[in-house]
Design a protein around this ligand. Structure first.
Ligand SMILES: [Zn+2]
Ligand SMILES: [Zn+2]
Length: 349
């Protein structure tokens, strides 16, 4: 079993379960409930889940994260929590949250141990070692209470001694490379086959997932992923989602509009829709200096040209040339560069 096949097998059930999210939790089977809860763990991934039926180019990867594999970890943990099996998981979740971790951060700590366990099953064809998994989670709890004690016990371990997690294996073949867990580190790598396929993108993990700026940055990565996978409608859908989430924050609107313009300048089919958004949102520069104003005007002109409205586009350039002919040199330089580009694209030779 490889990570890719794991992901592909699951893509269809993800799409099906995502369609159930309007239902009451008790109308769902336990495995559907767990998966749905996992899929809802990161708001930034919603536009990706909306597009699962349109993705056929293999597994999506966001930054270095495989969101499907990542979510499988969430779902397995939700099942373990609900069944209280192993019971160490619930106890550790509680301890971590009491120590100030958000629920998601705590799940990522536990998930890094789960991924380690599954990684050993996948890469070494070992059978699942329940004692090892429970032992490692118990060590996280001890580490929370007394980090120095756990660290010094690990330091004193001989490489050939039986590992302190209780797996029955030698330390060097078990926890030597994996413990102690760095509880201060906020990027929880879910390691499998020593690839960081399951890493949480650092911007998602640095706490603050609830902050608008962090959320928009994560969504922007989702836009790029959908775009790279050839799902332009999906990328656009994610951009609209960003705009909706950011609509009450002027700085966010400006950032998102910039992403929208950049996208539409590369995908002409979206130029009209981007123009409509610019006309509604007026994102024209909070700290309005001349260069910012000019750049928005010229972006708008370039969108018009890409929408086939070349004369309207030329008129904006003409106005700018008249207005800024005596402007400062920075502004004139921007204008002349963009004008040269415009002419080479749109002026018949
Ligand atoms: Zn997560
Ligand atoms: Zn061990």
């Amino acid at each position: 079993m490889s990570v890719d096949s794991l992901t592909q097998q699951n893509q269809q059930s993800f799409a099906r379960v995502w369609g159930l999210r309007g239902l009451d939790a008790d109308a769902l089977k336990p495995e559907e409930r767990h998966l749905l809860r996992g899929m809802q763990a990161h708001r930034a991934l919603y536009p990706l889940w909306d597009r699962l039926n349109h993705l056929d180019a293999g597994a999506p990867v966001i930054g270095s994260m495989n969101p499907i594999a990542h979510t499988i970890m969430h779902a397995i943990l939700e099942a373990q929590i609900e069944d209280a099996d192993p019971s160490e998981v619930n106890a550790a979740l509680e301890d971590l949250m009491q120590a100030g971790f958000s629920r998601n951060e705590a799940l990522h700590v536990l998930g890094s141990m789960l991924a380690l366990e599954l990684g050993e099953v996948v890469s070494s064809n070992e059978s699942y070692n329940d004692a090892r998994y429970r032992g490692r989670i118990a060590l996280i709890r001890q580490q929370l209470k007394n980090p120095e004690d756990v660290e010094s016990r690990l330091r004193k371990m001989g490489r050939n001694e039986r590992c302190l997690c209780g797996s029955g294996k030698k330390f060097k073949k078990c926890c030597l490379d994996h413990l102690p867990v760095d509880l201060k580190r906020s990027t929880w790598a879910f390691v499998l086959n020593s690839d960081f396929l399951y890493a949480v993108p650092s911007f998602m993990a640095q706490g603050g997932e609830d902050e608008l700026f962090v959320l928009l940055q994560s969504l922007s990565a989702v836009v790029q992923t959908l775009e790279q996978m050839g799902d332009e409608e999906g990328a656009w859908h994610a951009l609209e989602d960003m705009l909706e989430l950011g609509k009450d924050d002027e700085a966010a609107v400006e950032d998102v509009c910039q992403d929208i313009v950049d996208f539409a300048l590369n995908h002409y089919d979206f130029a009209e829709r981007a123009l409509a958004i610019l006309d509604q949102s007026h994102p024209y520069g909070l700290e309005s200096n001349d260069a910012v104003q000019l750049t928005w005007d010229l972006d708008r002109a370039d969108l018009l040209a890409r929408a086939g409205r070349v004369e309207e586009s030329a008129a904006i350039y003409q106005q700018a040339l008249e207005r800024w002919q005596n402007g400062n040199s920075d502004v004139r330089e921007i204008l002349m560069n963009r004008w040269d580009l415009w002419k080479s694209d749109w002026q018949p030779q």
